[in-house]
Design a protein around this ligand. Sequence first.
Ligand SMILES: Nc1ncnc2c1ncn2[C@@H]1O[C@H](COP(=O)(O)OP(=O)(O)O)[C@@H](O)[C@H]1O
Ligand SMILES: [Mg+2]
Length: 374
Amino acid sequence: MDKLKIAVVTNNIDQQIEIKNLLKDDDIVIVGFLNYDNMTSLKLLGNNPDVIIFVRDGKEDSLFVVAADIYAKSVGVGMLVMADDINLELLTRAMECGIRQVVGTGSDAAKLKEAIFKSHNIESQRVGDRETHSLQRKVISYFGGKGGTGKTTVSVNTAVALANAGKKTVILDLDLQFGDVPILLDIEPKDTIYTIVEEKTAITIDSVKSVLAFHRSGLGVLAAPRSPEFAEYVDEKTVETIINVLKPYYEYIIIDLPPGFNDTTIAAIENSDIVNLVSAVDISSLRNAKLCMNILEALRQSDKATLILNRMVDGIVSKKDFEQILDLNVALVLPDDTKTVLTGLNKGVPFVGGNVKNPIVSVMNEYVRSLITE
Ligand SMILES: Nc1ncnc2c1ncn2[C@@H]1O[C@H](COP(=O)(O)OP(=O)(O)O)[C@@H](O)[C@H]1O
Ligand SMILES: [Mg+2]
């Protein structure tokens, strides 16, 4: 049997020595000792270990951040935590980011090895369970400073087209107060994101999957709370966790956002690979888009931004003005076509599946193809 490859993450040199001594074993080889810093998860992925031992040196949170990142980006890497103080909070947080075992700092060699092999075995099963091994993952969000610019229209049509193309896709309606994704899809979800919060248990792939509704295209839908007053119970941590829990299982996570910025919107943006600023084409929208870009820059998120111009009409401001003033690539320009958009809406059938001779349909399809082949 090949030796099991172990990576150890700790800032404490004594711990490194202790673990090295405990793991002098024929079945195990330590492939790296790492510190906690902003390169840890990248280095860990490079080391390609079978199991990672995270030592909790104190109360800092970096271990959970690194573990969640590893869990989202890889399959088959078992993770365990070694900690002084094993309490419910630690166990819950460990579970949330895919850590399989928790052991005390003073554990002997037998106990540590047992935990190593257990986390390896459990994680190996996930490889088998997982339907979407090594798929590309893209978290794509649609936002803007104004309401009514077409964020929901574009995100829903994109998500349905991806699902129709056979891609494993989920749409998160993070317009938490006034989300209307289910209306556009003509579905009535039994549960919403609020169900996850209300249950007060750890957020896992199973708990998230159990509250998804499904559109006939195969698209999974996480609906917004049924009524605006429940929105405040969904915080940025919940949003971040849901996105990262879903990542290993979906090729595309499409996120529809409300107008403007708040904590949950920012969490969604920070956890997205592509952030689309959706705007109408007039002077006031241009000014508004510029303000949004300033905020994205302040949040250091502007590099992943692209622009979507909706309801394009010939007027005083042009696509070029937007490109130059915002310094953004235009990913999509949709014509104004109330008839097609509304007919789709009234039937609960997103227009993207309609006649491709229709410009709005063909442009939308071309955009989705560009996402797939990118
Ligand atoms: N390209 C378009 N042509 C015509 N009507 C559109 C277009 N895009 C969106 N609409 C309409 O504009 C309104 C607002 O769109 P919506 O997607 O709900 O915006 P947001 O989510 O940004 O608030 C809806 O009534 C929608 O049907
Ligand atoms: Mg909307």
